[in-house]
Design a protein around this ligand. Structure first.
Ligand SMILES: Nc1nc2c(c(=O)[nH]1)N[C@H]1C(S)=C(S)[C@@H](COP(=O)(O)O)O[C@H]1N2
Ligand SMILES: [Mo]
Length: 212
């Protein structure tokens, strides 16, 4: 017990000295579950993923089609606004940037913001540049396994910090919607669920932008 507390502190100090522990955060080796409302059940027959708004062609993919999209992997540090941070988490899924580069999503020049739409009407908003960056993924897998129901199965947006990539914006984890069902590309920004509840719209972990 004391041993493991001691070890956690030591590990935390290491990440701090590497410049990977944002202000006010502490390391966890667990994976806490946080969300509003119940965990939806996944029905593969009726599940779809939609892309709409400022795109040349709206898109609807069923689960099979979604799984045929090009795949990507990223290892990130994730930072929750409730002050836990989890390091070197491996996510696998679909990169929005790759879909755009492959011409599967054709953005209109007016597209500047993205709203993630999830089950039960939950939304999370981000600037387009963040959604197109390497530290944002439409994730189906966490650490080599399908994401668990609590963490967003079968699909979630996930955003974190890639060590050494200070050029990328790193928002808190709430900016990734679990049980994701679609992306809306927008001309103007639109506050999501937690943003409307008083959380900071930019949510930069290094600037400790927790609340508006
Ligand atoms: N659909 C949905 N996604 C959500 C939320 C939610 O309430 N509903 N909460 C967000 C919040 S506040 C956090 S901190 C992260 C937590 O992700 P985790 O449960 O995998 O740790 O999910 C985010 N995604
Ligand atoms: Mo959160």
């Amino acid at each position: 017990m004391f041993d493991s507390v001691f070890r956690r502190r030591e590990e935390e100090d290491q990440f701090r000295s590497q410049g990977r522990l944002p202000p006010g955060q502490s390391l966890t080796n667990k994976f806490p579950v946080l969300h509003y409302g119940p965990v939806p059940s996944f029905k593969p027959q009726s599940w779809d993923f939609k892309v709409w708004g400022e795109v040349e062609q709206p898109l609807t993919l069923d689960w099979e089609a979604f799984n045929r999209l090009p795949r990507a992997k990223v290892t990130m540090d994730i930072h929750c606004v409730t002050t836990w941070s989890k390091f070197d988490t491996l996510w696998e899924g679909v990169s929005v940037r790759q879909l755009v580069d492959a011409g599967l999503i054709k953005l209109r020049p007016e597209a500047h913001y993205v709203v993630q739409h999830a089950e039960y009407g939950f939304t999370a908003n981000l600037p387009l540049e963040v959604v197109l960056a390497e530290n944002f993924l439409l994730a189906t897998h966490f650490n080599g396994e399908p994401i668990s129901p609590d963490h967003g199965y079968p699909l979630r947006g996930v955003v974190g910090a890639i060590p050494g990539r200070d050029d990328l914006k790193a928002p808190y984890l709430w900016k990734g919607a679990k049980w994701l069902r679609g992306l809306e590309f927008r001309r103007e920004d639109k506050l999501g669920f937690w943003e409307l509840a008083g959380y900071h719209n930019e949510a930069d972990v290094w600037k400790e932008q927790r609340f508006a």
